[in-house]
Structures are given as structure tokens and as C-alpha cells.
Design a protein around this ligand. Sequence first.
Ligand code: ARG
Ligand code: ZN
Length: 880
Amino acid sequence: MDKGTPKAIHLTAYRPSTHLIDTVDLHVDLREEATTVRARLGIRQNPARAGAEPLVLDGQRLELVSVTVDGVPLGPDGYILSPDHLTLPDTPDTFVLETVVRTRPQDNMALEGLYKSSGNYCTQCEAEGFRKITYFIDRPDVMARYTTVIEAEKARYPVLLSNGNLVGSGDAADGRHWAKWEDPFPKPCYLFALVAGDLRAVEDRFRTRSGRDVALRIYVEPGNEDKCDHAMRSLKKSMAWDEEVYGLEYDLDIFNIVAVSDFNMGAMENKSLNVFNTKYILARPETATDGDFLGIEAVVAHEYFHNWTGNRVTCRDWFQLSLKEGLTVFRDQQFSADMNSAAVKRIQDVQGLRTVQFPEDSGAMAHPVRPESYVEINNFYTPTVYNKGAEVIRMYHTLLGAEGFRRGMDLYFQRHDGQAVTCDDFAAAMADAGGVDLTQFKLWYSQAGTPELRVTGEYDEAARTYRLTVRQTVPPTPGQPDKMPMHMPLVTGLLGPDGKDLPLRLAGEAAPGGTSRVLELRAAEQRFEFVDVPARPVPSLLRGFSAPVKLTADLTDADLTFLTANDSDPFNRWEAGQVLGVRILLGLVADIQSGRPLALPDGFVGAMGAVLGDAGHDPAFAAQALVLPGESYLGTQMAVIDPIAIHEAREFARRTLAERLRDRWLATHRAHAGNEPFSVDAAAIGRRSLKNLCLAYLMARPDPEAVGLAIGQFHGSRAMTDVIAALQLLAGSDAPEREDALAAFYDRWKDDRLVVDKWFNVQATSHRPDTLDRVRALLDHPAFEIRNPNKVYSLIGAFAGGNPVRFHATDGAGYAFLADQVLRIDPMNPQVASRLMGQFSRIRRYDATRQAQMRTQLERIVATPALSPDVFEVASKSLE
Ligand code: ARG
Ligand code: ZN
């Protein structure tokens, strides 16, 4: 940093704003030389702060043209200008401030504030982008009513959009035109949006429960109109679902979505004008995978749900980010579970948590769901805030029950509609509605780290009792050496010898009740005694993954196999197989590390064979159950991660299963290989995932027959899910056909940027030893664009995050490559550069050699002049 070390901002330092802004009138004049923004702000002193204080406005990269107060121009001695602020030392109690600034959106590569994507203007203001558009008090607890006039050349920018309702439009001189938008709802500036461009709208309508007719429009670049059906359907489903499940209706007559190619994140919930990464809108069966279709449904829902959880009730400050994000992720997860297979959805959400959030929780950037401090807020749009935050909301739901949770939500909206509030306010609404004490539960907001549970069970045959002893610990994390026990729901059932759930009766209860119980943990060690237990049961613990913890239970391999066959809870039926898989794979890792010969236990092969034999019953579930625990998750289970041994162990297991069950993989693949008409319902998706899983096992030993099947599928299928699955397998193999397949794919899809992203991804995640060289060469490919975040994530991000065996190669070349790319991207787009740093922040989880290699790169990064605060924060914390 040339400006010296960037400063951390602390939650404890929160103070209400000195001033409030009630109205904002913007005039945005878009021209090729520069954009001029005139802002007229109705400002008053905040009664919550006593005494007159200077007005400090945020502003970055703005050229100030003029300032007036109540119509009187201020000379340069009337204000103080710095790179980040415009300060007015002396202002009336209530006044109108008008500023005029110039900016150059065409030069904005950071994609924050006002920028251009494929020739169209768009904005991204969350978290602190509005200050790059105009001088403002850029914090979410300053809420104002906005009117926005946009003016631009009509031919180039026929579509002019902002928040709220269109209240006027017309032509202007010189082939220009204007539109005036008015948003009746007061909002924080991070929800402001503006779009101007040559876009085409796909239109539909939705009638709300109370009879409001809402015009729905999805704006895309010309030529993409035929890829919006799924997004539009998803939007209508989301609107109906939120009415049905939460009683929440849409509150304006128009809802717009704009899809842009250059976007740092997934999407943004700007009031009535959501802006999306094209990746989460555009889809046709030939271009999008099942995962893409599900992702679109989830993200469209997520952004729509923000209208209530985020926009109507917003965050007081950015430490409260999970107030809206954790809650909205939970809501989109519930929605997707209702629309598709609930069991598969839960399994995938937990896999995501374990693959991405658990590693974050044990790394240098570990932070609580409500962080206590940050240098750069953009670094805290994390799996912890989003996904662990969603697990926290899920725990309220489990502790209070569905009805109690709904009462809590109703109370939250009743109390806080139109306000900017905190996670404490949310917890208070839940506690009051549920009549429960959530004081200890709130530790989930302040303690970082993944809690660990150890459970032992003892059956007393004579007394017919079964006693569970649960011990919990929370590991130390940076800045938090000592932790307190957490309050969490441990949903538990007991299986009798026949595999059926036993009715449950705890000691002291008059009668049995239910077969699944919410046991509430609060202490470091707790006992639960079940009475009237006729025979030694097998416990089914943490059903549905009722708390985001690492669980160790004293179950034998036989118990686990029994659970995989019998548990009535589908998540736990899957999980038992995973626990068994982790056990076996970690055993193989140890064998590799000490040079012992490898063998896969017959019992495990048999259990997998049984699941496969039964796959026809529930292909979607079987497809999940037959996947071995992932390399990243296996790493979280080791004291020191050994990425090479983990990869070898897992590949050995896959090859062995491929060989031993070859006929069954073949038969199952064949059974599903026929070209059924394409549909994205859960059953069809399940069949495709099972088929592609079988192909993946067959390709674990790529004999000519397997390669032939992959090539046949690659050329023969019209669904991208199947095509890309086959291509991925070919690209990772030694089959001589692989280069032809990659070339054919590129040739077929070179004009579709999102499909080309997949082509980069497939090559970046190939386990072939030459992958790093190939990734380097692809940086110079004409289709690669260093300024497009999707491209960077598909090539560089996928290599670093999705290919551990190559990224962590013993020569350290992967680390040097990543550091080079971070330093190249940082001057253009700090958010994207910082996101790529994720792997470095896990530095302490590796052996001494890898730590030293990563340290060399991190030191090189922090020593670089003019580093962004984003990258500086991650690099310096990783070195601590
Ligand atoms: N609120 C958006 C969402 O989760 C994410 C925007 C984050 N943007 C950022 N630059 N950090 O839907
Ligand atoms: Zn969100």
C-alpha cells in the first residue's frame, strides 16, 4: 500500500450517521467522453447525534465540478476535498446539497459503481459502490427516496432503467432521449441501480394474491431472448412461493431483471431492478447443464426474496450482512427443496458448506457469521456469512419449529419493515415469537470456527436404557483463542434391530413421542437418556445436518452400513455412507504416506454395489450416495492436508470400484443412456446424474469400451449436462481422442461466451500432469478475457480451487502462477483478485514445505506497491 497500511473498521465503533438524507434526485447524463452526475440531496442533521458536526460525504474517483448549498455555490474554501471524501465543515440543520461530478464508466474495470459491460452501462453499488457514482453518505442506515433521470444517445442506448416506476420519458436534442424513474420506497444507496443499453426484453406478468398485476421483464443482449424461459419461470415460482410460505407479496407494479456478461458476483437485488451475471439467467438445454438450471432457479429466487429480506428490512451496517444474506440463502434453499428433490438439495448444500466454508473456518480468514472487524467489506461476502449464516437461520427453524419460525418472521417484519436493523433484532423477534431464550444461541454470530461434537452411546440391557453422551468443543481461530459451548439442535433418532425407527421416550417423560427428537445442546458435556429401549439401537445423529458441526460418533462400520440401508432420514442415510467413505479413504491416505500396499475393503465394495444395484428406485439419491467424499472435504478431516496422497487414495478407490463393479456401471449407464426428451424435473436430473456418474467410474479405468461410450455421449447427446460430463472425462484421460473432442467443442460453441467458460473450466480442472502448462497457454487464447470475471473464475479460479492435486504440486509452481495472476488482475479488479487468494489463506493447514512456498508468494504479494486493500487484507492475514 502506498497510502500506508489500510485500517480495519470495527463493529464496536458503530455510531449513527451525523446526518440523514431523505431525498435524492439524480440526473445522470451518459456521454461517450464522460458521464456527468448531478445529485440533489435533501439532508438534515440526525437527531440521534447531538450537536452540529461536519458533513462528511464519501466519494471515490470522482471529478468534482460544483457544489451548492440551498442554491448558493460553494467556493473551494467552502469544502475540503480528499481522495475519499468531500467534507462540508459548516452546514445548516436542514438543507439541499447539490453536487455535480464527472466519471468515466468506460475506464471502470473494477465493475463496482457505474461501468460498461458489452457496450451497455450498468451499476453495482453493494457494498460501497455508490460513492463511485456521486458524493453520498454511503452506509446502509441512511435511507432515502430516489428519483433518477437518465439521459443518453437514443440509438445506442434505447433502454434506460432505474429503480421504481417509470414516471416520464421523452426525446432530447441531438438524437438523445431521457427517462425518469421514481422509487416510492426509501432505500439505502447500495440498492440503487441504473442501466442504459441496447437490450431486448422478454416479458411476462404475475398477479399477486391481493390482485396486483406485476409486469415482469428480463433484459438481455439481442440474440439471447430465447434463453430466458427458465429464469422467467423461476421468477414466477419464487413470487408464488413467497406468498404461500411467508405471506410476502411483491410491492410494485414492475419487476425488472437485466443480465450482463461482466459481473463480479452472481447477482444483485437492487430494488425492482435486479442485475444478474448472464450465467444465472441464460439457459437452453443445449447450452446449460442441470447444475446451471438449478443455479438459475436458486439465484433468481434469492434476489427476488431479498425484496423483503434485505430491501424492505435492511442492514444497519455491513457487519450485519448475514442478517440479509444468511436469511435469504436459507429461504432460497427452502424454495429449491420444495421445487426439486429436498433430500438431494440438502445433501448438496451440506457438501457445499463442507467443501468451501469448513476450510474457510479453519484458515487465516476465519471469521464469525457477524464479523467483528474488516479492512475491506468486499472480502466478507463469504461462505461463512452466506452459507454458515443460512445454517444459523436453519437452526432457529429447527429449534422453534416451522410454525414458530413463521411467527418469528412475521414479528420481524411487523417490527422492522422500513428499517435498517441488526442480527440482534432478528434474534429478538425469534426469541419473543417462540417464547425461548436465545442468549446463548447468539454465540453463533460471534464465535468463529466449526464446532466439533463427540458422541458416545451406551445401551443398558437390564435397564432397557440407552444413554448418549455428547461433548462439544469449538477450536481456536485467529483472535479467538477460547470459545464457549454453543446452543444447537441435535436432531436424533434411534433405529431398532429391524431397521425401523423406535418411538422415543426420554427419562422423565410420561409417554413416548415421535421418532425424531430435537435434543438441545448447551453444555460442553451433556447426557440424554432414552428409556424403554427394547434392544441395542443404532443412533441416527444430527439428522438433516441439524447444526453446522463436525460430528464424530462411536459407530462401527457395521452400524454405518446398517444406517445406509435403513435410516428413515435421507440425509443421514447418505451421510452414513460418507462417514464410512471418509474412514476408508483416510486409511488409504495413511497407507500411501507410509508406503504400505493399498486395498479397498470388500465390505465397502459390497455396500457400494448394493446401492448401485438398487439405484433404479431413486436414481437421484443413488447418484449422491455413490460419490466418494471430495478431496477438499477429506482435507478438512486431516491435521495436515496432504493433497497428493488424498488424490491418489481417492483415485485408487475409484479405480478399484470401477473394476470390481464394472458390469453394473455399464448396465446402469446403458439403462439411462437412451435420449429421453429433455426436462429439468428432479427425476430427470437424477437419472442424468446417475448415468454420468456411471460413466465417470467407467472412465476411471479408461479402456476402449469406456472411451467409446464417452465419445458416443459427447457427440450423440443434445443436453449440455451429458456433453460436458463426457468432455470432462475425455479431457482428463490419456485417450488420444481428447484433443479432437476439445477442439470440436470449442468450434461448435465459440460464439457462446458462457459455454466457452465451461471449455476453460474442463481444461483447468483436468488431473493430467500437464494441466498448469495448458492453463498458462490458455491465458493467451483469443477467447480468454482477463477483464471478464467469469473467464478468470473458469480458468484461474478453477485451477486454484478445483484442482488440488495440480495446484498444490510439490514444486510450488501452482502457487507462483496464482500469485502472478493475482498481481496482474489486482490493478484492474481488486474484488476478483482477492477472491482468487482464497487458497493461500489456508496456508497453515499444509506441511512445512508448502507453507514456505506459499509464504514466499504471499510476501511477494504484500511487498507489491499500490496493492488494493482487498488483496492486502487477505495476504497480510494469511502471513500472520
Ligand atoms: N447482495 C448480493 C447477493 O447476495 C451480492 C452482492 C455482493 N457484491 C459485492 N461486490 N460484494 O445477492
Ligand atoms: Zn444475497
